[in-house]
Design a binder for this molecule. Structure first.
Ligand code: DGY
Length: 327
């Protein structure tokens, strides 16, 4: 008698991924890939999900509210190809018996590198400097212009001392920066690189020439970097955001950049990206990137493999390593 093999779980991947990730996904599962990498609408994802057991999606998919509420009953797990999971309603998923996993750890260094790039780029005028050279507007160099601001030796406040915040601290030590941080709980002295802990966000702000936003977007942190917070920074401070756009109040940040309260900002993430607030494009003192914190081949590959590890564990009947249980 020949034993019939159990059918392989069916996984719908919403975006094209690194080739080694797609190859493994197709070996392990019955995978529906998106070789043309055509963006799928929320409706398309929901209707295609009907023939699948799991979804492998990204934080760039336009899912909108109540996406999980509308998924067909066949879907048992969502693996998001991101560490951030603010695009997914985890309590709703739990109430529907859908497991959700993310990809922590493997994008820490790449994202911390981008936070440093934002600090350096914003402070030293990478945007306007690049534009000046490309547009052939590099006239005479004088001793007083063009000019940026120092990074080395200045003070840095880190909002959110998770994996990425700690990795930013490690890098900032190399720049001789004095470190401060705010997070829900203090971390060990070793993990903080000796940064001073502030239990209250507002108490940290007067100490920060630079403020680096590295916390997750949640009901607690949304809109946290607003006029009241920015007012408490020293005049001429620089704000960088490699986390999520909605942690910042755009009106307040733009007002502070226009008034000179802030010297500059470096932003890799925005509300409603890629349709960002157009006023940012008009500002000379911002350094803007298109959400590339994890965008290197090695990092994107590691993220994809982490998604597959989680899917494999789930369908084997084990608890996935990166199962989300919180907000
Ligand atoms: C993440 O993994 O959360 C990155 O910001 C990409 O979405």
């Amino acid at each position: 008698m020949t034993a019939t093999k159990a059918p392989r779980p069916r996984i719908l991947a919403t975006r094209r991924m690194m080739p080694d990730v797609e190859q493994r996904l197709s070996q392990v599962f019955s995978a529906t890939l998106n070789p043309e990498d055509l963006p799928m609408s929320r409706g398309e994802i929901i209707s295609q999900a009907a023939d699948h057991d799991g979804l492998l999606l990204t934080s760039f998919d336009k899912l909108g509210p109540d996406f999980i509420g509308e998924l067909p009953a066949s879907i048992r797990i969502i693996a998001t190809h991101s560490v951030g999971h603010d695009h997914l309603n985890i309590p709703l998923a739990r109430s529907r018996g859908i497991a959700v996993t993310n990809t922590p750890g493997v994008l820490t260094d790449a994202t911390a590198d981008i936070a440093m790039l934002l600090m350096l780029g914003a402070a030293r005028g990478a945007s306007w400097g690049d534009r000046m050279v490309r547009q052939d507007q590099w006239g005479e160099t004088t001793l007083i212009a063009p000019m940026g601001y120092d990074v080395s030796g200045r003070s840095l406040g880190i909002l959110g001392m998770g994996r990425i915040g700690k990795a930013v601290a490690r890098r900032a030590i190399g720049f001789g920066m004095t470190l401060h941080y705010h997070s829900r709980n203090p971390v060990s002295v070793h993990d903080s690189c000796g940064a001073r802990y502030h239990r209250r966000f507002e108490d940290m702000l007067p100490h920060c020439h630079f403020l680096s936003i590295n916390c997750a977007s949640s009901s607690e942190t949304r809109g946290m970097v607003n006029a009241a917070a920015l007012d408490r920074l020293p005049d001429g401070a620089i704000v960088v955001n490699a986390a999520r756009g909605d942690i910042v109040d755009d009106d307040d940040l733009i007002a502070a950049l226009k008034s000179g309260k802030l010297a500059a900002a470096g932003l890799d993430v925005f509300r409603n990206e890629p349709q960002i607030d157009p006023r940012y494009r008009q500002l000379e003192n911002v350094f803007l990137l298109p959400h590339v914190g994890s965008a290197t081949p090695a990092t994107r590959s590691a993220m994809g493999h982490k998604c597959i590890d989680n899917l494999e564990a789930f369908f084997r009947g084990d608890r996935p390593g990166d199962l989300l249980t919180g907000e």
